[in-house]
Design a protein around this ligand. Structure first.
Ligand code: GLN
Length: 309
C-alpha cells in the first residue's frame, strides 16, 4: 500500500519548519555534516498497513542511536534478559549519550543503560555470530524483518566516517575492556558498531518498525508476532526512560510517546496500541535531538491526545 501524503501533517510540518534554523546538523561524524538542515519529513504507519506522510519520506537516513533499540531487542531474543542485564543496567543517567563519567563513578563499572553509547557498545558486543560480517548480517536481517523491507543495508560512507573518528567510543570500549565488561578486540567491535549505526532507511521504514513496537511486537500486516511481548515491553520502557538521552524526562512530560532519536536527526516513535512514527529532521538541539522533530511530535501529541500518561 503506497504512503498517502497528508494535508494535516503537511500543515504541522510547515508550522514547525522555522525551528530547523535554530539547531545544527551533527558534524562530529564528518559524513553527517553534509545533511541539509532544513529537511523535515514524517511518516505514520498504522497496524493495518495504512500509511500517511508529509515531506520527502523517500530520503534515506542512517539510524545512529535509533539502532540501539533494535540491537537490544535482538540481543534480548538471543541471550535473554538475565544475561544482558548482568552487564548493562536499567537506569537513566541524566548525562549526554557519549558521557564516560558514570562508568567510572558508579560501581560496578558497567553502563547504566543500553541507550547510552557505553551500554549500546556492550549490547553490540553481545550480537551472536562468528565474524563482524555474520553478526552484521544477523542484525540487518532482523531490521529488514521489522521494517518489511529486504533491501535495507548500511551506508559505507557514514560507517567509515564514524570508524575513522570515533575516539570517544574507543575510549568507552577500552574502559569496558579494562573492567571485563567486554572481551572483544576494540577495532572489531567499532567496525560492527559503526556499521550498525550506519544502517540506512527512509521514514516509512522507521515508522513501520515503530509500529511493531507500538503493537507490543506484533506485525498485524504479516499476521504474526515478530518480537516477544516482554522484549517489546522492555524496549519501549527504555524508549520512555532513556530514548531521548538526557532530555527524556522533559520529552515524557511534554509529549508522552515512547521514542528513540539518533544524531542523524531521525526519531522513531511508538504510540502504544495505535501507530508508529518515523521523523527525519537533521538540525539538532544541544542534546543531539532533532529540534523540529521534537516540536512536530509535541504538536501531534497535543492535537491528537497521544500522551500515554
Ligand atoms: N546519539 C547518537 O545517535 C550517537 C550514535 C553515534 N553513532 C555515536 O556513537 O556517537
Amino acid at each position: 500500500m503506497p504512503c498517502q501524503s497528508n494535508q494535516e501533517l503537511d500543515v504541522l510540518i510547515r508550522k514547525v519548519s522555522p525551528y530547523t534554523k535554530h539547531g545544527k546538523v551533527a558534524d562530529y561524524i564528518p559524513a553527517l555534516g553534509k545533511a541539509n538542515p532544513s529537511d523535515l519529513s514524517i511518516a505514520i504507519h498504522y497496524p493495518d498497513g495504512m500509511c500517511i506522510s508529509a515531506g520527502n519520506i523517500e530520503k534515506k537516513i542512517t539510524l545512529q542511536s535509533i539502532s540501539k533499540v533494535i540491537s537490544l531487542a535482538l540481543v534480548l531474543l538471543d541471550r535473554g534478559p538475565d544475561y544482558v542485564f548482568d552487564s548493562v543496567g536499567m537506569e537513566p543517567t541524566g548525562d549526554p549519550f557519549n558521557s564516560i563519567a558514570k562508568l567510572e563513578s558508579v560501581s560496578p563499572n558497567r553502563p547504566l543503560n543500553p541507550m547510552i553509547n557505553a551500554g549500546a557498545l556492550v549490547v553490540t558486543h553481545m550480537i551472536k555470530g562468528n565474524s563482524v560480517e555474520q553478526r552484521l548480517q544477523r542484525l540487518l536481517s532482523f531490521v529488514q524483518k521489522l521494517a518489511g523491507d529486504s533491501t535495507i543495508s548500511y551506508c559505507e560512507e557514514v560507517a567509515r566516517s564514524e570508524f575513522e573518528t570515533a575516539y570517544l567510543n574507543r575510549s568507552l570500549c577500552y574502559f569496558l575492556k579494562q573492567h571485563q565488561v567486554i572481551d572483544e578486540n576494540v577495532e572489531q567491535l567499532m567496525d560492527l558498531y559503526t556499521k550498525q549505526c550506519a544502517i540506512q532507511m527512509n521514514c516509512l521504514n522507521l515508522a513501520r518498525i515503530g509500529q511493531v513496537f507500538a503493537m507490543d511486537g506484533i506485525d498485524l500486516k504479516l499476521g504474526k508476532r515478530v518480537i516477544p511481548h516482554d522484549i517489546a515491553r522492555i524496549c519501549k520502557t527504555f524508549m520512555v526512560t532513556c530514548g531521548m538521552y538526557n532530555a527524556s524526562g522533559e520529552f515524557a512530560i511534554k509529549i508522552g510517546i515512547p521514542a528513540k532519536s539518533g544524531v542523524s536527526g531521525g526519531i522513531m516513535g511508538a504510540v502504544p496500541g495505535k501507530f508508529g512514527i518515523g521523523i527525519f529532521g537533521p538540525s539538532l538541539d544541544e542534546k543531539g535531538n532533532s529540534i523540529a522533530g521534537i516540536k512536530l511530535l509535541e504538536m501531534l501529541s497535543k492535537e491528537y491526545n497521544l500522551s500515554m500518561f
